[in-house]
Design a protein around this ligand. Structure first.
Ligand code: IVH
Length: 680
């Protein structure tokens, strides 16, 4: 078979797809465009369909899911999958360290113990079995002794390598957690909601439910990810001396291992890690429910485990590790009212007013119910006891109702038939989940949101124009469109509540400063549906002049990068509306302008260079620096990769700087950036 050209081609394709998969999903550094990947993938799929004998167990085509199963086959774990003792109190780390020292019989004067600290991922534990580097079996934890075989489903997880990189042992069992990242969870649920289909309750249940689907094509549609954190059975391999070194080896084989891991000494080291991660928890792109401390030396882990087994044959929680938990991200509370909020685009969102509850580290009093369909599906009623979830900086959400605690008189929620703010009609286009108020800027709620958006940092950046002030301006009919802002006088402003003469003049100055802006910011500030910061920037670059953009038809709009038919239609509809044209004319008449950022001859002086910005800059924000770099033709990316030419660092630069140094990417500080760009 080896000399068969088709076989050779299939092997080549598999090789390339494995590599690009790894670059894309694990390292986040794609080297080829998606379309090229799709082409390679399709070629392999066609080849395998025509010649089934070419299919191998590690073929990347398996990721799309195979035949549905009748039931899951049981799998006996050759090395049991253990649980972990959990501590919640601050004293947990010190108590653990003291116990480990005592159990290892280390004297008082022995040096501090070395630990590896990891995250406690909130998903579902799995065991992945690799034989000679090929993924041959995946199983859930089950009761620790016997789990369920979920090989087909695990093969659909993009970050799980189907084949290890480099020389691999005869048998290697890798243990880790299957999870769904927060952005993937939000995206998936938003799609489901928009299509009127059921949403996932939370990332953890979503991950567990997806993995236990009998039909792997369904699993393939769920955005699952994986982190490795340990080993099961191994054969034909000598493990390194420490757990931290094991994780390094796993990463080198191409397995995803979280970079949030640290080797520390003693109880103080453990607590320091706990503090750092507690601080970072909200910013992580996935849920964790705590941190895990493990004795780093594997010989000590074994010593503790043997000792423990001698004492108690049923031991399930090894003495070499504990989990130190954080406050829960889901709690119970009571719905006191359900109100309907009107957003900038008129979208009506039912919001549950809650009895205050401490969840995910903050006190929550409101939670979104998304839309009428969601309220109906979850059947949330005033008086109900509900599960509230707050994870990361995501808006708190009602996950479900505890029906057993429903009071007998609880009334189902009904969506109002007219806008609760302005009384205008409400429209809910067929096939859409969202109902909208048709009042436009006449609706005070929409008007307030539009003004706040216009003034926001990434739009016109009008400092001092906060929600309390906008509320008064709109309620007193002083401002009914963004253009009215520039007609305000210091005298009028000073007459408002909580506005002194000084703050009034400050705001007038801020308004004055905001008049000179960029086309990209101006477009974003207009609040056109479907046009976020990135789209606004793409439109500004593509059309250069507002007049050209306003005159463009849908076909011309779609010539701009990443503008599809939906966005094009939204832009066209916005500029065709006479009221919007008027607002734009008035804004320009008031002096809003966007001078050409650079002389045309110079404008592309940074073309071909990719920059990444990190940390806090002093003299301008990162967004501003990015705008200026883009204006000079540079590409600004959010991730350091082989393609990065310069990393610009501000104060408190973190992992990006480490990564840039490791990869040999040139680093500029703010002063150097300014000199480099001739801004001094
Ligand atoms: S080690 C003690 N490490 O926590 C040895 N478990 O184990 C066995 N978990 O459902 C586990 N993150 O899936 C270990 N970094 C981590 C972990 C972790 C999450 C989960 C694991 C299991 C539970 C108890």
């Amino acid at each position: 078979m080896a000399s068969n050209p088709l076989w050779t081609r299939a092997a080549q394709l598999r090789e390339q797809l494995h590599k690009h998969n790894f670059l894309y999903y694990v390292l986040d550094q794609p080297e080829i465009p998606d379309a090229e990947y799709d082409r390679l993938f399709q070629e392999l799929r066609d080849l395998e369909a025509a010649h089934p004998e070419l299919v191998t167990p590690d073929s990347p085509t398996h990721r799309v899911g195979g035949q549905p199963l009748e039931a899951f086959a049981p799998v006996r774990h050759t090395v049991p999958m253990l649980s972990i003792h959990t501590e919640t109190s601050a004293g947990g780390a010190a108590a653990f360290d003291a116990q480990v020292r005592r159990r290892l019989d280390l004297g008082k004067d022995a040096p501090p113990i070395e630990y590896i600290c990891e995250l406690k991922f909130d998903g579902l534990a799995v065991n992945l079995r690799y034989e000679n580097g090929i993924l041959t079996q995946a199983a859930t934890r089950g009761d620790g002794e016997i789990g369920e075989e979920v090989t087909q489903n695990v093969r659909t997880i993009k970050t799980v390598p189907l084949r290890l990189q480099g020389a691999a042992p005869e048998v290697l069992e890798v243990r880790g957690e299957v999870y769904i990242s927060r952005p993937d969870f939000e995206r998936y649920n938003a799609q489901q909601r928009a299509a009127g289909r059921p949403t996932l309750v939370n990332p953890r249940n979503g991950a567990a439910g997806s993995l236990r689907q009998l039909d792997p094509t369904l699993t393939a549609q769920r955005p699952l990810s994986f982190f490795a954190y340990g080993l099961g059975e191994t054969r034909g391999w000598t493990a390194p001396a420490t757990h931290s070194a094991v994780l390094d080896v796993l990463a080198a084989w191409g397995l995803p291992v979280s970079s949030e891991r640290t080797v520390t000494q003693g109880a103080e080291g453990l607590l320091a890690f706990h503090r750092v991660i507690a601080e970072k928890r909200d910013a992580l792109p996935f849920d964790i429910d705590g941190v895990v401390y493990k004795v780093n030396r594997l010989d000590w882990q074994q010593r503790l485990w043997r000792q423990q087994q001698r004492q108690n044959l049923l031991a399930r929680e090894p003495h070499w590790a504990i989990a130190h938990k954080f406050p829960a991200q889901e709690e119970l509370t009571v719905v006191e009212a359900i109100e309907v909020q009107v957003g900038r685009t008129g979208a009506l969102t039912p919001v549950a007013r809650l009895k205050p509850v401490f969840v995910g580290g903050v006190t929550v009093t409101n939670a979104t119910l998304h839309n009428a369909d969601e309220v109906a599906r979850k059947d949330v009623r005033v008086g109900d006891t509900v599960i509230v979830r707050r994870a990361g900086d995501v808006i708190p959400e009602v996950v479900g109702v505890v029906l057993k605690r429903r009071p007998p008189d609880a009334q189902p929620f009904v969506m109002p038939e007219t806008c609760p703010v302005c009384g205008s009609h409400i429209a809910r286009p067929q096939g859409e989940a969202v109902a909208r108020c048709l009042g436009g800027l006449c609706c005070r709620a929409q008007c307030k949101e539009a003004i706040l958006h216009f003034a926001s940092r990434r739009a016109m950046d009008i400092e001092g124009l906060g929600d309390k002030l906008v509320e008064q301006l709109v309620d007193r009919d002083l401002v009914r469109s963004p253009a009215d802002l520039y007609a305000l006088s210091a005298g009028t402003l000073a007459s408002l509540e909580r506005m002194a003469a000084k703050s009034a003049t400050n705001l007038i100055e801020a308004l004055e400063r905001s008049k000179t802006t960029t086309l990209a910011r101006f477009l974003y500030a207009l609040g056109i549906r479907e046009v976020g910061v990135a789209t606004a920037s793409a439109l500004a670059t593509h059309f250069s002049a507002l007049e050209a953009l306003m005159a463009a038809d849908e076909e011309q709009l779609q010539q701009a990068p990443e503008i599809g038919p939906v966005v094009a239609a939204a832009i066209r509809a916005f500029f065709q509306e006479p009221h919007n044209q008027q607002v734009i004319t008035r804004l320009q008449a008031a002096g809003v302008c966007w001078p050409d950022p650079v002389r045309p001859a110079d404008s592309q002086q940074l073309a071909g260079l990719t920059f990444v910005l990190t940390g806090t800059l002093e003299s301008l924000t990162r967004d501003e620096a990015a705008d200026r770099l883009r204006a000079l033709g540079a590409k600004v990316s959010s991730m350091v990769s082989q393609k990065t030419h310069y990393l610009v660092v501000g104060r408190d630069a973190g992992s990006k700087l480490d990564k840039a140094r490791k990869m040999g990417v040139a680093v500029l500080n703010e002063a150097e950036l300014r000199v480099f760009l001739g801004w001094q």
